[in-house]
Design a protein around this ligand. Structure first.
Ligand code: 8IG
Length: 276
């Protein structure tokens, strides 16, 4: 293996080592990435152990975007023995640091021992019935970035990339949860109405700027992935109103308590299945 290919793994191991030291926990079983609108969930998940800020960890970009935090918090899930990493220190592809930087938090979680990854995001919805505030399970994705976090001849299978078993655990919590195909665009601009129409013709239901590259990295690391989107806006052209980041944040804030409860219940269900 070339030196270049090893670099992401070494950087993730360096960050994991700091997390082990600062938390005093040798192994975290589960990781949860909190996207736009999902921030309140952290307080419901369980007892907080330690928070490590992005600035303390190699490979993380302590960015300053409204609605995006920047830390990794170690939480013991409910009454289980499962230790989870709650990650708000996410790097987006549109920040321009490349796909490996996007994958780094996922690889760090894997290096901490995590075999399960819950990825959340805020996104636009194509189904007009999905009003802002609707949570949707990700069934599959279409990666329109044209990029991959994987370098070299490592041909990772993406069949069932979004674990059917974890989706069943989520449906136990809420059987009415819709499922959809997530389409990752590069961003940071929102789509044109024509691009949203294209996404629909391709088989997409949700449009966003994250998750797909993270899921690819997680599957490379053989983690089981659950993806949950919060539809914070009708995708461009699907309603009369123009898109604004402020409206997106407001929809996220309005849905926050409900969504936090849902995520906490789903994570608890996953933690119990790990604990069992
Ligand atoms: I929140 O409508 C959120 N993120 N690409 N399109 C894309 N990303 C988003 C959208 C959206 N809403």
């Amino acid at each position: 293996m070339s030196q270049r290919r090893n670099e992401p793994a070494q950087l993730a191991e360096a960050a994991a080592q700091i997390i082990r030291e600062k938390t005093g926990i040798a192994r975290h079983d589960l990781a949860i990435i909190l996207g736009s609108g999902w921030g309140q969930a952290a307080t419901l998940l369980g007892e907080v152990n330690t928070t490590v800020t992005a600035a303390e960890l190699p490979g993380f970009y302590a960015e300053d975007i409204a609605g995006h935090g920047g830390a990794i918090t170690s939480v013991r899930i409910g009454d289980t023995a499962v230790n989870a990493l709650v990650i708000t220190a996410r790097t987006h592809y549109y920040q321009g640091h490349g796909a490996a930087a996007v994958a780094h938090p996922v690889r760090t979680a894997a290096a901490c021992g995590a075999r399960h990854l819950v990825i959340t995001n805020g996104c636009g919805g194509l189904n007009p019935q999905w009003t802002p505030g609707t949570p949707v399970l990700i069934r599959d994705h279409i990666n329109l970035t044209g990029d991959s976090p994987i370098a070299g001849a490592h041909f990772v299978d993406l069949t069932d990339a979004y674990s059917p078993a974890l989706r069943r655990l989520a449906h136990q919590v809420d059987p009415t949860l819709a499922e959809g195909v997530y389409v990752q665009f590069r961003g940071p601009h929102y789509e044109t109405p024509a691009e949203v129409k294209m996404a629909g013709i391709l088989g997409g239901d949700l449009v966003g700027m994250s998750t797909s590259l993270e899921t690819i990295a997680a599957r490379e690391a053989q983690m089981d992935v659950l993806g949950i989107s919060l539809v914070t806006n009708h995708a461009a052209g699907m309603s009369d109103v123009a898109l604004s980041h402020e409206d997106v944040l407001a929809a996220g804030a309005a849905a926050a308590p409900r969504i936090a409860r849902l995520l906490a219940d789903i994570v608890m269900n996953i933690a119990r299945s790990i604990d069992a």
